[in-house]
Design a protein around this ligand. Structure first.
Ligand code: NAD
Ligand code: DAU
Length: 340
């Protein structure tokens, strides 16, 4: 049994992780610290209502007093505390518009959290990072945990900076941290600014689908449930101080994903619009996940052929969720509940 602080639990992967804990570790005590930015949505967590071992704390990881409120809640639950750190500004295109919020949350926020976690003597600290810190691959090869960091966007640079701050805490203070680096996720509750839900939403409304550049950039797609199970394995059994790559050997060009979505949705390919490329667009990501498989016995359970239809079915059955997120109406609830 564990007491856990999860940061960013109202976002896409964080909310899926909380659902996994609720289903598989219901005796754990869980505090969710989330600032509820545009990407945080408490509607993602409605199914947790009534879970007596769960508490939500609204707060910013970059404010020590907010982080202390989360630790106070964890202390009330009792037992040694661990942290799983998801909270971040996560969208590359937004970071190209403005890098500062990414430095504020991903870099400063991670350091504030690390300082507090060290002061409270946490048992384990899992830092959730991304394959984008390794930069871009050519036509062949894979990112391993030894691949040098070479981030190319303000988002990935801020994540790489946070990874290095975690590394420094381990090296300097013997801090009990682990780092995970995962490839592109898709699945329920993903904010419709990312490729898969954006294309589902637009195609469903008969809008054109904006494909950047030649559409031949490659991503290594992983169903979010697989990612969450990998993080749980790292939390429970990972070796302190280690980094674990997480990925699914599911490489596809963007245009292949878009075509597959259109075909599943029964929509015409004439909706595809090639648009101006993303500045500095990384060409290819591909993960070598042999370390986590070898050491922790984790392997992805879902294939894209099965999980993409599951994802489409989820968005179809949650048309109201999608509509409220796209229109911003979910924020009215936040305003009523939290005054802004
Ligand atoms: P998301 O944008 O959907 O959710 C981020 C969450 O963090 C939101 O709930 C938001 O309110 C919260 N948050 C943002 N700033 C905060 C702050 N200052 N204080 C407290 N909470 C704050 O992101 P996601 O896609 O779920 O990604 C979660 C983590 O996983 C991130 O660290 C991201 O870098 C990493 N990651 C994501 C992917 C992916 O494909 N989405 C892949 C690999 C790694
Ligand atoms: O690799 C892990 C990363 O995956 C995570 O760290 C990030 O948080 C997450 O956002 C994601 O980053 P990407 O930039 O790869 O994801 P995105 O969904 O924004 O884009 C996927 C690919 O699709 C990318 O090559 C850009 C392209 N794209 C994206 C959008 C939004 C388009 O062609 N058109 C679009 O409208």
């Amino acid at each position: 049994m564990k007491t856990l602080i999860v940061t960013g639990g109202a976002g896409f992967i964080g909310s899926n992780f909380l659902h996994l804990l609720h289903a598989s570790r219901p005796d754990w005590k869980v505090v969710n610290l989330d600032a509820l930015t545009y990407a945080g949505n408490l509607e993602n967590l409605i199914s947790l209502e009534g879970w007596k071992n769960y508490e939500f704390v609204r707060g910013d990881i970059a404010r020590r007093e907010d982080v202390e409120r989360a630790f106070a809640a964890a202390r009330r639950f009792g037992g040694p505390v661990s942290v799983v750190h998801f909270a971040a500004e996560s969208h590359v295109d937004r970071s190209i518009e403005s890098g500062l919020p990414f430095v504020q949350t991903n870099v400063l926020g991670t350091q504030v959290l690390l300082d507090a976690a060290r002061a409270h003597g946490v048992e384990r600290f899992v830092h959730v990072s991304t394959d984008e810190v390794y930069g871009s691959l050519g036509d062949t090869g894979y990112f391993t945990e030894e691949t040098p960091l070479a981030p190319n966007s303000p988002y990935s640079a801020s994540k790489a900076a946070s990874d290095l701050l975690v590394r420094a805490a381990v090296h300097t203070h013997g801090f009990p941290a682990l780092v995970t680096r995962c490839s592109n996720n898709y699945g329920p509750f993903q904010f419709p600014e990312k490729l898969v839900p954006l294309m589902i939403a637009k195609a469903s409304d008969g809008e054109s689908l904006p494909v950047y550049g030649d559409g031949k950039n490659v991503r290594d797609w992983l169903y979010v449930v697989d990612h969450c199970e990998a993080i749980l394995a790292v939390l429970e059994r990972g070796r302190l101080g280690e980094t674990y790559n997480i990925g699914g050997h599911n490489e596809y060009q963007n245009i292949a994903i878009v075509r597959r979505l259109l075909s599943e949705l029964g929509k015409p390919e004439s909706l595809i619009r090639y648009v101006k490329d993303r500045p500095g667009h990384d060409r290819r990501y591909a993960i070598d996940a042999s370390k986590i498989e070898r050491e922790l016995g984790w392997k992805p359970r879902y294939r894209l052929e099965d999980a993409l239809p599951l994802t489409i079915a989820w968005y179809r059955s949650r048309a109201g969720w999608l509509q409220r997120v796209r229109s911003g109406a979910y924020r009215e609830y936040l305003a009523r509940q939290y005054g802004g």
